[in-house]
Design a protein around this ligand. Structure first.
Ligand SMILES: *Cc1c(COP(=O)(O)O)cnc(C)c1O
Length: 395
């Protein structure tokens, strides 16, 4: 390389131009960094990676991720937020932050499946025990909390089977035994109910949220968050975050920041449409039960009604057990607007058949073939017509 080329590179890299300060626009700026510059060695030596009053390294925060964290803390009614690169990574962050060899963890039997898998494999191999509880039986849950129980996970409603538990009762029981309560709040999304104000002065200790769902709203981002109201708990999370190295990408944070202003509008639109489709399904002959917590008669409906007004766009149906499994698959395959796929909270409606027996120890007395629907933002009449034509397969 010639001397002049080297000089050119230096001039381009250390260019003196600074744009004027004071730029204002709708989106917050997107700052990307691994390296963050320190003004001098003293500042580098005095660095505090936990502080939100400065920057040390991209992993520990940028103006973009700090902005998103503050907005999410507000959404959930908490004060501190830590981001993770997926909802499942956020669950791992809580577990790693709190649990040590010899500790015990309680999970609801209807918990998000991969959370069970994490407990069964990784946590077990680290000497951390777990037991499954029936989320609809508060006294049995209270009796299960023992000497070694350190953390309980809650989910409202449970993934796939959609039972809404007595959250206040569960949190009260955990509190009475001095055990920390972490809620998977992906369904409630900070909108259906307030995890930090459940009534009767009760609050969870951690609210974990798969931002992949409603906060993203586009089916295009994986991210998770954990919100707390206590500095000491937040600092434990940050230690786990730092030790695991689970940062989020600036462009992913940008997507969530762009979608967040419309989350309330979208959540209510999904909710309205889902209830319309769910009510229609209740009257269809092959449908034995519609598992939607906002519908009277659904499991935990009374608890939903005492905690929430809103509901997400998610529900399951139990189809006649006399139908053949191949007919259920043919029904789901025949759907045209509904796509087959996991996740929810995006514009496209989704359907997934689940095998209840493989998922649950007790299957909560539910019988029949289960299909879960996530209602997107299409016109509900079109979704109903789609299900109606696909139901030909169930004759
Ligand atoms: C999707 C989901 C998660 C995990 O989120 P990912 O970002 O997909 O890892 C956790 N809990 C619930 C209830 C979910 O629906």
């Amino acid at each position: 390389m010639s001397e002049s080329q080297t000089k050119l590179s230096t001039a381009l890299i250390h260019h003196p131009y600074q744009p004027p300060a004071g730029f204002g626009a709708v989106p917050p700026g997107v700052h990307k960094a691994s390296t963050v510059f320190f003004p001098n060695v003293a500042a580098l030596r005095a660095r505090d990676w936990r502080s939100k009053f400065g920057y040390t390294y991209g992993l520990h925060g940028t103006p973009t991720t700090f902005t998103l964290e503050e907005r999410l803390a507000t959404l959930e009614g908490g004060t501190h937020c830590a981001l993770a690169p997926s909802g499942l990574a956020a669950i791992a962050m809580v577990n790693v932050a709190l649990l040590e060899r010899g500790d015990e963890l309680l999970l609801p039997d209807n918990v998000y499946g991969p959370s069970k898998e994490m407990a069964r494999t990784l946590l077990a191999s680290w000497g951390i025990r777990h037991r499954l509880y029936d989320p609809m039986d508060v006294p049995a849950f209270a009796a299960m909390i023992g000497e070694r129980t350190k953390l309980v996970w809650l989910e409202a409603p449970g993934s796939v089977t959609m039972e809404f538990p007595d959250l206040r009762g569960l949190v009260r029981a955990a509190r009475a035994k001095g055990v920390l309560a972490a809620l998977d709040n992906t369904w409630g999304a900070g909108i259906a109910f307030s995890a930090f104000d459940l009534g009767d002065g009760l609050a969870v200790d951690f609210s974990m949220h798969a931002l992949t769902k409603f906060p993203s709203g586009g089916g295009d981002v994986l991210m998770g968050s954990v919100v707390t109201r206590e500095v000491a708990l937040h600092e434990k999370l940050l230690l786990a975050h730092m030790r695991l190295g689970i940062g989020v990408a600036a462009n992913d944070a940008e997507f969530v920041l762009r979608s967040l202003p419309t989350i309330e509008l979208r959540y209510r639109a999904h909710d309205r449409a889902a209830r319309q489709v769910a009510r229609w399904l209740q009257a269809q002959p092959p449908v034995r039960q519609v598992l939607h917590p906002a519908l009277p008669g659904a499991p935990g409906h009374e608890h939903w009604a005492s905690h929430c007004r809103d509901a997400a766009g998610l529900f399951s149906i139990l189809l006649d057990p006399a139908l053949q499994p191949a007919q259920i698959d043919a029904f789901v395959d025949a759907l045209r607007l509904f796509k087959i796929g996991y996740s929810w909270g995006g514009p496209v409606s989704l359907a997934v058949p689940y095998d209840l027996r493989a998922m649950r120890g007790d299957a909560a007395g539910a019988s029949g073939h289960l299909v879960r629907f996530s209602i997107g933002l299409e016109a509900p009449e079109d979704l109903i017509a789609d299900i109606e034509q696909a139901m030909q397969q169930l004759r």
